[in-house]
Design a protein around this ligand. Structure first.
Ligand code: GDP
Ligand code: MG
Length: 162
């Protein structure tokens, strides 16, 4: 069976944009309005000769009440069913308490995580990735899902964890 990678993170960080970038087509729904991706949706993907499944999630996006509702969320289910996780954060916003809360849940799930610091659209913005070392999940990868920058290195790391 092919490995499954779940793409998780708080609203509007660019999860669906990243999924579309990896797929090379517009399959996942991208919106300026947070909370659009309600379900977990699985896509067949391929990178550097490796087939895998990629799961776009939005379950955490409706979560404002806290951990109880998040545990029941589709994102939580997706993580449970996955072999590895890409945690997407927003470099243009910086580290938030919601990011840290998601990391706590990922630790409990025990799946290998690769951190994607999205919206690092240029090399000059690469310094924005540094504060995400604080998450304690290893090297944060600065990427631009919108422009494709850094996505190859991110996938190399995530697929090595399958
Ligand atoms: P999701 O809620 O995490 O799935 O986020 P979306 O993929 O729907 O994107 C949310 C918003 O962020 C949209 O307006 C995207 O165009 C924008 N966005 C996504 N990736 C990037 C990026 O790499 N750079 C910039 N500047 N904007 C991005
Ligand atoms: Mg989405």
């Amino acid at each position: 069976a092919v490995g499954v990678i779940a793409v998780v993170g708080r609203p509007n960080v660019g999860k669906s944009t990243l999924v579309n970038r990896i797929l090379g087509r517009r399959a996942a729904v991208v919106e300026d309005t947070p909370g659009v991706t309600r379900d977990r949706v699985s896509y067949d993907a391929e990178w550097a000769g490796t087939d895998f499944k990629l799961v776009d999630t939005g379950g955490w996006e409706a979560d404002v009440e806290g951990i109880d509702s998040a545990i029941a969320s589709q994102a939580q289910i997706a993580v449970g069913l996955s072999d590895a996780v890409i945690l997407v954060v927003d470099g243009s916003v910086g580290l938030t308490s919601s990011d840290s809360r998601i990391v706590s849940m990922l630790r409990a799930a025990g799946k290998p995580v690769t951190v994607a610091v999205n919206k690092v659209d240029t090399g000059e913005q690469e310094y924005l990735t540094a504060e995400f070392w604080k998450l304690g999940l290893g090297e944060p990868f600065g990427i631009s899902a919108m422009h494709g920058r850094g996505v190859g290195d991110l996938l190399d790391d995530a697929l090595a964890k399958l």
